[in-house]
Write a protein that binds this ligand. Structure first.
Ligand code: AMP
Length: 125
């Protein structure tokens, strides 16, 4: 697997403090912040601080400490958002077919309203 990481992507710039963000939670290896264009009342992006392009890249190349930190941070974000009662959706887009806009791995956590069926194929036909 040979993913080339672009250090000028917008999430890399957020991690360097060049662009502000609405932080929900920050840990040693992970940052969770509010999406700038929320698709639900709660829309949080969870990103590793390391240079990983996609979910599979992160899963294959990240250290165990980074992976544990990331997953535990996701759990804490869910707790902060209070999703246990009504539920939520976690999505990660990768590459061209996944319509990934920002080439730094991120998990979308969406909550706060009914989210419909999993895939809206209207843009894919
Ligand atoms: P994706 O299509 O999965 O790559 O999603 C990228 C997400 O990043 C979109 O939901 C954007 O609204 C969000 N986004 C882009 N720029 C920013 C930013 N500066 N702060 C927070 N979220 C952003």
């Amino acid at each position: 697997m040979a993913y080339a990481y672009d250090p000028q992507n917008i999430f890399a710039r957020i991690l360097r403090g060049e662009i502000p963000n609405k932080t929900v939670l920050e840990t040693a290896h992970t940052l969770a912040f509010r999406d700038i264009a929320p698709k639900a009342p709660d829309h949080v992006l969870v990103i590793p601080k390391g240079p990983y392009v996609t979910f599979d890249h992160f899963c294959a190349a990240a250290s165990e400490a980074e992976i544990v930190d990331f997953t535990r941070t996701c759990a804490k974000v869910c707790e902060i958002l209070g999703v246990e009662d009504k539920g939520f959706r976690a999505i990660t887009n990768a590459g061209e077919h996944g319509v990934q806009e920002v080439p730094h791995f991120h998990l979308h956590i969406l909550a706060g309203r009914p989210l419909g069926r999993m895939l809206d194929m209207s843009e894919a036909e």
